[in-house]
Write a protein of this length. Structure first.
Length: 401
Protein backbone atom coordinates (compact mmCIF):
# COMPACT_ATOMS: atom_id res chain seq x y z
CA UNK A 1 0.00 0.00 0.00
CA UNK A 2 1.50 3.28 -1.10
CA UNK A 3 1.60 6.60 0.75
CA UNK A 4 -0.14 8.04 -2.33
CA UNK A 5 -3.39 6.48 -1.05
CA UNK A 6 -3.08 7.70 2.55
CA UNK A 7 -4.90 10.74 3.92
CA UNK A 8 -4.81 12.55 7.25
CA UNK A 9 -7.89 12.23 9.44
CA UNK A 10 -9.12 14.76 11.99
CA UNK A 11 -11.55 13.00 14.35
CA UNK A 12 -13.23 14.83 17.21
CA UNK A 13 -12.24 13.90 20.80
CA UNK A 14 -15.32 11.69 21.22
CA UNK A 15 -14.59 10.03 17.87
CA UNK A 16 -10.99 9.39 18.90
CA UNK A 17 -12.24 7.46 21.92
CA UNK A 18 -14.51 5.37 19.68
CA UNK A 19 -11.70 4.74 17.17
CA UNK A 20 -9.35 3.63 19.95
CA UNK A 21 -12.02 1.25 21.22
CA UNK A 22 -12.41 -0.27 17.74
CA UNK A 23 -8.65 -0.68 17.44
CA UNK A 24 -8.58 -2.27 20.90
CA UNK A 25 -11.16 -4.85 19.84
CA UNK A 26 -9.27 -5.63 16.61
CA UNK A 27 -6.03 -6.05 18.57
CA UNK A 28 -7.72 -8.36 21.08
CA UNK A 29 -9.17 -10.60 18.33
CA UNK A 30 -5.85 -10.70 16.47
CA UNK A 31 -3.86 -11.66 19.59
CA UNK A 32 -6.42 -14.30 20.56
CA UNK A 33 -6.21 -15.90 17.11
CA UNK A 34 -2.42 -15.74 17.25
CA UNK A 35 -2.43 -17.45 20.65
CA UNK A 36 -4.53 -20.33 19.31
CA UNK A 37 -2.28 -20.68 16.27
CA UNK A 38 0.93 -20.56 18.35
CA UNK A 39 -0.25 -23.28 20.77
CA UNK A 40 -0.70 -25.83 17.98
CA UNK A 41 2.55 -27.69 17.47
CA UNK A 42 3.68 -30.00 14.70
CA UNK A 43 2.10 -33.43 14.85
CA UNK A 44 -0.75 -32.22 17.04
CA UNK A 45 -4.20 -30.94 16.29
CA UNK A 46 -4.52 -28.44 13.48
CA UNK A 47 -5.21 -24.82 14.50
CA UNK A 48 -8.79 -23.62 14.00
CA UNK A 49 -9.56 -22.08 10.64
CA UNK A 50 -11.31 -18.81 9.90
CA UNK A 51 -14.84 -20.28 9.96
CA UNK A 52 -14.29 -21.92 13.33
CA UNK A 53 -12.78 -18.78 14.83
CA UNK A 54 -15.62 -16.67 13.37
CA UNK A 55 -18.09 -18.97 15.16
CA UNK A 56 -16.10 -18.56 18.38
CA UNK A 57 -16.16 -14.80 17.90
CA UNK A 58 -19.96 -14.87 17.63
CA UNK A 59 -20.17 -16.79 20.91
CA UNK A 60 -17.74 -14.35 22.56
CA UNK A 61 -19.77 -11.34 21.42
CA UNK A 62 -22.89 -12.91 22.91
CA UNK A 63 -21.12 -13.58 26.22
CA UNK A 64 -19.21 -10.30 26.69
CA UNK A 65 -20.97 -6.96 26.42
CA UNK A 66 -17.76 -4.92 26.00
CA UNK A 67 -16.95 -6.90 22.87
CA UNK A 68 -20.52 -6.71 21.58
CA UNK A 69 -20.44 -2.90 21.66
CA UNK A 70 -17.79 -2.93 18.92
CA UNK A 71 -18.26 -3.43 15.21
CA UNK A 72 -18.58 -7.03 14.09
CA UNK A 73 -17.14 -6.02 10.70
CA UNK A 74 -13.93 -4.76 12.32
CA UNK A 75 -13.52 -7.85 14.48
CA UNK A 76 -14.18 -10.34 11.66
CA UNK A 77 -11.79 -8.45 9.40
CA UNK A 78 -9.08 -8.79 12.06
CA UNK A 79 -9.54 -12.57 11.80
CA UNK A 80 -9.35 -12.43 7.99
CA UNK A 81 -6.18 -10.33 8.18
CA UNK A 82 -4.62 -12.81 10.59
CA UNK A 83 -5.33 -15.83 8.38
CA UNK A 84 -3.97 -13.94 5.36
CA UNK A 85 -0.83 -13.21 7.39
CA UNK A 86 -0.49 -16.93 8.18
CA UNK A 87 -0.82 -17.80 4.48
CA UNK A 88 1.83 -15.23 3.59
CA UNK A 89 4.13 -16.68 6.26
CA UNK A 90 3.78 -20.23 4.95
CA UNK A 91 4.31 -18.97 1.38
CA UNK A 92 7.65 -17.45 2.46
CA UNK A 93 6.77 -13.90 1.38
CA UNK A 94 6.28 -12.39 4.86
CA UNK A 95 7.55 -12.81 8.38
CA UNK A 96 5.84 -14.73 11.13
CA UNK A 97 2.75 -12.94 12.51
CA UNK A 98 3.60 -11.22 15.78
CA UNK A 99 1.68 -9.82 18.70
CA UNK A 100 -0.05 -6.49 18.43
CA UNK A 101 0.90 -4.16 21.29
CA UNK A 102 -1.10 -1.34 22.81
CA UNK A 103 0.18 2.07 21.79
CA UNK A 104 2.24 0.65 18.94
CA UNK A 105 -0.26 -1.23 16.74
CA UNK A 106 -3.36 0.96 16.73
CA UNK A 107 -5.59 0.42 13.73
CA UNK A 108 -8.27 -1.63 12.01
CA UNK A 109 -9.57 -2.30 8.52
CA UNK A 110 -12.98 -1.81 6.90
CA UNK A 111 -13.98 -3.91 3.87
CA UNK A 112 -17.11 -4.12 1.74
CA UNK A 113 -19.90 -1.66 1.09
CA UNK A 114 -19.06 0.28 4.25
CA UNK A 115 -15.69 1.22 2.71
CA UNK A 116 -17.46 3.24 -0.01
CA UNK A 117 -19.30 5.60 2.35
CA UNK A 118 -17.23 8.67 1.53
CA UNK A 119 -18.67 12.11 0.85
CA UNK A 120 -16.71 15.06 -0.53
CA UNK A 121 -17.49 18.27 1.33
CA UNK A 122 -15.42 20.75 -0.69
CA UNK A 123 -12.08 21.06 -2.44
CA UNK A 124 -10.05 20.43 0.74
CA UNK A 125 -12.24 18.26 2.95
CA UNK A 126 -14.25 15.04 2.84
CA UNK A 127 -15.82 12.75 5.39
CA UNK A 128 -16.00 8.99 5.80
CA UNK A 129 -18.61 7.01 7.70
CA UNK A 130 -16.78 4.65 10.07
CA UNK A 131 -18.92 1.91 11.66
CA UNK A 132 -19.82 2.59 15.31
CA UNK A 133 -17.97 5.95 15.09
CA UNK A 134 -19.86 8.14 12.63
CA UNK A 135 -18.71 10.65 10.03
CA UNK A 136 -15.03 11.53 10.42
CA UNK A 137 -13.35 14.34 8.48
CA UNK A 138 -10.29 13.77 6.32
CA UNK A 139 -8.02 16.20 4.49
CA UNK A 140 -8.03 15.94 0.68
CA UNK A 141 -4.40 16.27 -0.37
CA UNK A 142 -5.29 14.56 -3.68
CA UNK A 143 -8.23 12.79 -5.30
CA UNK A 144 -9.66 9.93 -3.26
CA UNK A 145 -9.06 6.67 -5.16
CA UNK A 146 -11.73 4.03 -5.61
CA UNK A 147 -11.06 1.15 -3.25
CA UNK A 148 -12.97 -1.74 -1.74
CA UNK A 149 -11.29 -1.42 1.63
CA UNK A 150 -9.38 1.04 3.76
CA UNK A 151 -7.36 0.94 6.95
CA UNK A 152 -7.48 3.48 9.79
CA UNK A 153 -4.33 3.82 11.91
CA UNK A 154 -2.86 6.06 14.56
CA UNK A 155 0.88 6.59 14.80
CA UNK A 156 2.87 7.17 17.99
CA UNK A 157 2.63 10.92 17.50
CA UNK A 158 -1.16 10.69 17.88
CA UNK A 159 -1.97 11.38 14.22
CA UNK A 160 -4.83 9.49 12.56
CA UNK A 161 -4.60 8.35 8.93
CA UNK A 162 -6.84 6.50 6.51
CA UNK A 163 -5.17 4.42 3.77
CA UNK A 164 -7.13 3.05 0.82
CA UNK A 165 -6.13 -0.34 -0.56
CA UNK A 166 -5.11 0.60 -4.09
CA UNK A 167 -1.96 -0.05 -6.12
CA UNK A 168 -1.02 3.01 -8.21
CA UNK A 169 -0.13 2.46 -11.85
CA UNK A 170 3.60 2.46 -12.70
CA UNK A 171 5.13 5.46 -14.42
CA UNK A 172 5.66 4.88 -18.16
CA UNK A 173 9.24 4.89 -19.47
CA UNK A 174 10.36 8.04 -21.32
CA UNK A 175 11.68 5.99 -24.26
CA UNK A 176 15.04 7.77 -24.45
CA UNK A 177 17.11 4.67 -23.79
CA UNK A 178 19.07 6.34 -20.98
CA UNK A 179 20.48 4.25 -18.13
CA UNK A 180 21.33 5.60 -14.69
CA UNK A 181 23.26 4.05 -11.85
CA UNK A 182 22.45 4.83 -8.22
CA UNK A 183 25.06 4.42 -5.50
CA UNK A 184 23.64 4.61 -1.97
CA UNK A 185 25.76 5.84 0.91
CA UNK A 186 25.65 7.24 4.42
CA UNK A 187 27.23 10.68 3.93
CA UNK A 188 25.70 11.06 0.46
CA UNK A 189 22.32 9.34 0.42
CA UNK A 190 22.31 8.68 -3.33
CA UNK A 191 24.85 9.48 -6.04
CA UNK A 192 23.78 9.24 -9.68
CA UNK A 193 26.01 8.29 -12.58
CA UNK A 194 25.07 11.65 -14.12
CA UNK A 195 27.08 13.36 -11.38
CA UNK A 196 24.16 14.45 -9.22
CA UNK A 197 24.58 14.05 -5.45
CA UNK A 198 21.41 13.68 -3.38
CA UNK A 199 21.07 13.94 0.39
CA UNK A 200 18.09 12.78 2.42
CA UNK A 201 16.83 15.54 4.74
CA UNK A 202 17.24 14.95 8.45
CA UNK A 203 16.53 16.74 11.69
CA UNK A 204 18.04 20.18 12.18
CA UNK A 205 20.53 20.88 14.93
CA UNK A 206 17.82 22.48 17.04
CA UNK A 207 15.57 19.45 16.61
CA UNK A 208 18.41 17.07 17.45
CA UNK A 209 19.20 19.02 20.61
CA UNK A 210 15.51 18.99 21.53
CA UNK A 211 15.34 15.23 20.93
CA UNK A 212 18.37 14.57 23.11
CA UNK A 213 16.90 16.71 25.89
CA UNK A 214 13.61 14.83 25.76
CA UNK A 215 15.37 11.47 25.80
CA UNK A 216 17.27 12.47 28.93
CA UNK A 217 14.04 13.68 30.48
CA UNK A 218 12.37 10.37 29.61
CA UNK A 219 15.08 8.45 31.48
CA UNK A 220 14.18 10.33 34.68
CA UNK A 221 10.43 9.80 34.42
CA UNK A 222 8.64 7.18 36.49
CA UNK A 223 7.16 4.31 34.54
CA UNK A 224 3.41 4.61 34.07
CA UNK A 225 3.28 8.29 34.96
CA UNK A 226 1.45 10.94 32.93
CA UNK A 227 4.66 12.93 32.62
CA UNK A 228 6.39 9.98 30.98
CA UNK A 229 3.54 9.63 28.49
CA UNK A 230 3.75 13.32 27.57
CA UNK A 231 7.50 13.08 27.01
CA UNK A 232 7.08 9.94 24.88
CA UNK A 233 4.49 11.74 22.75
CA UNK A 234 6.84 14.72 22.27
CA UNK A 235 9.65 12.37 21.19
CA UNK A 236 7.30 10.57 18.81
CA UNK A 237 6.33 13.86 17.16
CA UNK A 238 9.96 14.71 16.42
CA UNK A 239 10.70 11.24 15.06
CA UNK A 240 7.51 11.34 12.98
CA UNK A 241 8.66 14.63 11.49
CA UNK A 242 11.96 13.01 10.44
CA UNK A 243 10.13 9.99 9.01
CA UNK A 244 7.82 12.20 6.98
CA UNK A 245 10.80 14.01 5.48
CA UNK A 246 12.47 10.73 4.55
CA UNK A 247 9.33 9.40 2.86
CA UNK A 248 8.72 12.65 1.01
CA UNK A 249 12.32 12.67 -0.25
CA UNK A 250 12.10 9.05 -1.40
CA UNK A 251 8.82 9.66 -3.24
CA UNK A 252 10.18 12.68 -5.10
CA UNK A 253 13.51 11.05 -6.05
CA UNK A 254 11.94 7.76 -7.16
CA UNK A 255 9.34 9.58 -9.27
CA UNK A 256 12.02 11.74 -10.88
CA UNK A 257 14.22 8.75 -11.74
CA UNK A 258 11.29 6.75 -13.13
CA UNK A 259 10.31 9.64 -15.40
CA UNK A 260 13.81 10.52 -16.66
CA UNK A 261 15.43 7.13 -17.30
CA UNK A 262 14.43 3.92 -19.03
CA UNK A 263 16.63 1.68 -16.87
CA UNK A 264 17.66 2.26 -13.25
CA UNK A 265 20.51 0.14 -11.89
CA UNK A 266 21.17 -0.16 -8.17
CA UNK A 267 23.43 -2.22 -5.95
CA UNK A 268 22.06 -5.57 -4.85
CA UNK A 269 22.47 -4.97 -1.12
CA UNK A 270 21.25 -7.16 1.74
CA UNK A 271 20.22 -4.33 4.04
CA UNK A 272 18.72 -6.56 6.72
CA UNK A 273 22.01 -8.40 7.13
CA UNK A 274 24.05 -5.21 6.89
CA UNK A 275 22.15 -3.60 9.77
CA UNK A 276 22.21 -6.67 11.98
CA UNK A 277 23.72 -6.22 15.44
CA UNK A 278 27.23 -7.78 15.51
CA UNK A 279 28.21 -10.50 17.92
CA UNK A 280 30.28 -9.33 20.89
CA UNK A 281 34.02 -9.73 20.36
CA UNK A 282 36.11 -10.89 23.29
CA UNK A 283 39.09 -8.86 24.47
CA UNK A 284 42.31 -10.90 23.92
CA UNK A 285 44.09 -9.11 26.76
CA UNK A 286 41.31 -9.76 29.29
CA UNK A 287 39.70 -13.20 28.89
CA UNK A 288 36.02 -13.28 29.72
CA UNK A 289 35.41 -9.63 28.79
CA UNK A 290 34.22 -8.06 25.56
CA UNK A 291 35.28 -5.02 23.59
CA UNK A 292 32.73 -2.27 24.36
CA UNK A 293 33.01 -0.01 21.31
CA UNK A 294 32.31 -2.58 18.58
CA UNK A 295 28.53 -2.56 18.93
CA UNK A 296 28.44 1.18 19.51
CA UNK A 297 30.26 1.90 16.24
CA UNK A 298 28.08 -0.58 14.35
CA UNK A 299 24.95 0.98 15.83
CA UNK A 300 25.98 4.37 14.43
CA UNK A 301 26.46 2.84 10.97
CA UNK A 302 23.09 1.08 11.19
CA UNK A 303 21.35 4.34 12.07
CA UNK A 304 23.01 6.04 9.10
CA UNK A 305 21.89 3.30 6.70
CA UNK A 306 18.30 3.26 7.95
CA UNK A 307 18.06 7.07 8.12
CA UNK A 308 18.96 7.38 4.42
CA UNK A 309 16.13 5.11 3.29
CA UNK A 310 18.19 2.64 1.25
CA UNK A 311 15.55 -0.06 1.11
CA UNK A 312 12.56 2.24 0.71
CA UNK A 313 14.15 4.02 -2.27
CA UNK A 314 14.64 0.79 -4.22
CA UNK A 315 11.20 -0.50 -3.21
CA UNK A 316 9.45 2.60 -4.53
CA UNK A 317 11.55 2.47 -7.69
CA UNK A 318 10.38 -1.09 -8.29
CA UNK A 319 6.79 0.05 -7.86
CA UNK A 320 7.02 3.11 -10.12
CA UNK A 321 9.47 1.75 -12.72
CA UNK A 322 8.17 -1.81 -12.81
CA UNK A 323 10.47 -4.11 -14.80
CA UNK A 324 13.01 -1.34 -15.37
CA UNK A 325 15.04 -1.70 -12.17
CA UNK A 326 18.17 -3.87 -12.36
CA UNK A 327 20.30 -5.00 -9.42
CA UNK A 328 24.07 -5.15 -9.82
CA UNK A 329 26.53 -7.06 -7.68
CA UNK A 330 28.16 -4.35 -5.52
CA UNK A 331 31.55 -6.10 -5.32
CA UNK A 332 34.45 -3.63 -5.89
CA UNK A 333 32.29 -0.99 -7.59
CA UNK A 334 33.83 1.68 -5.30
CA UNK A 335 37.43 0.56 -6.01
CA UNK A 336 37.22 0.17 -9.80
CA UNK A 337 38.08 3.07 -12.11
CA UNK A 338 35.15 3.95 -14.33
CA UNK A 339 37.53 5.00 -17.15
CA UNK A 340 40.24 2.34 -17.41
CA UNK A 341 38.74 -0.42 -15.26
CA UNK A 342 41.73 -0.66 -12.91
CA UNK A 343 40.66 -2.14 -9.55
CA UNK A 344 42.72 -1.50 -6.44
CA UNK A 345 41.95 -0.47 -2.84
CA UNK A 346 44.42 2.41 -3.20
CA UNK A 347 42.20 4.07 -5.82
CA UNK A 348 39.82 5.33 -3.17
CA UNK A 349 41.78 7.85 -1.15
CA UNK A 350 38.94 8.74 1.23
CA UNK A 351 35.21 8.53 1.57
CA UNK A 352 34.63 11.23 -1.05
CA UNK A 353 37.78 11.20 -3.19
CA UNK A 354 38.68 8.70 -5.94
CA UNK A 355 42.05 8.84 -7.73
CA UNK A 356 43.00 6.01 -10.08
CA UNK A 357 46.60 4.90 -9.53
CA UNK A 358 46.82 3.66 -13.14
CA UNK A 359 45.39 6.42 -15.34
CA UNK A 360 45.13 9.30 -12.86
CA UNK A 361 41.36 9.73 -13.28
CA UNK A 362 39.99 11.79 -10.38
CA UNK A 363 36.30 12.11 -9.51
CA UNK A 364 33.95 11.92 -6.56
CA UNK A 365 34.09 8.38 -5.17
CA UNK A 366 30.32 7.89 -5.06
CA UNK A 367 29.87 9.17 -8.62
CA UNK A 368 32.59 6.77 -9.81
CA UNK A 369 30.78 3.87 -8.14
CA UNK A 370 27.46 4.99 -9.67
CA UNK A 371 29.04 4.99 -13.16
CA UNK A 372 30.27 1.44 -12.61
CA UNK A 373 26.81 0.42 -11.44
CA UNK A 374 25.21 2.01 -14.53
CA UNK A 375 27.61 0.06 -16.74
CA UNK A 376 27.00 -3.17 -14.83
CA UNK A 377 30.68 -3.46 -13.89
CA UNK A 378 30.38 -5.73 -10.90
CA UNK A 379 33.88 -7.16 -10.60
CA UNK A 380 34.51 -10.50 -8.94
CA UNK A 381 37.25 -13.09 -8.95
CA UNK A 382 35.76 -14.56 -12.15
CA UNK A 383 35.45 -11.24 -13.97
CA UNK A 384 32.32 -9.24 -14.67
CA UNK A 385 29.02 -10.58 -13.37
CA UNK A 386 25.71 -9.99 -15.16
CA UNK A 387 23.09 -7.67 -13.79
CA UNK A 388 19.85 -9.06 -12.37
CA UNK A 389 16.53 -7.62 -13.37
CA UNK A 390 14.39 -6.95 -10.30
CA UNK A 391 10.86 -8.20 -10.55
CA UNK A 392 8.15 -5.87 -9.43
CA UNK A 393 6.97 -6.64 -5.93
CA UNK A 394 3.32 -5.78 -5.56
CA UNK A 395 2.56 -3.86 -2.37
CA UNK A 396 0.73 -6.17 0.01
CA UNK A 397 -2.18 -5.09 2.14
CA UNK A 398 -1.04 -4.40 5.65
CA UNK A 399 -1.95 -7.26 7.97
CA UNK A 400 -0.57 -5.69 11.12
CA UNK A 401 -0.90 -2.08 12.10
Amino acid sequence: MSDMSRFRMYPMPSQQIALLEQARHARYVWNLALEQWSMCRRGGAAPPGYLEQARQLTEARAAFGWLRTGSQTVQQQALRDFHQAVKNFHAGTHRRPNWRKAGRHVGFRIVGLQASRIVKLNRKWAKVNVPKVGWVRLRLSRAVPYAKSYRITRDRAGRWHIAFAVVPEPIPAPGTGQVVGVDRGVTISAALSSGQLLSCPSLSETEQARLKLLQRRLARCSRGSNRRQRVKTAIAKILARAGDRHKDWVEKISTDLARRFDVVRVEDLRIAKMTRCPKPKSDPERPGTFLPNRRRAKAGLNRGILANGWGLLVLRLEHKAAGRVERVNPAYTSQTCSVCGHCAPENRESQASFLCTACGHQVHADVNAAINIAAGRAVSARGETPVRVSRRREPQLATSA
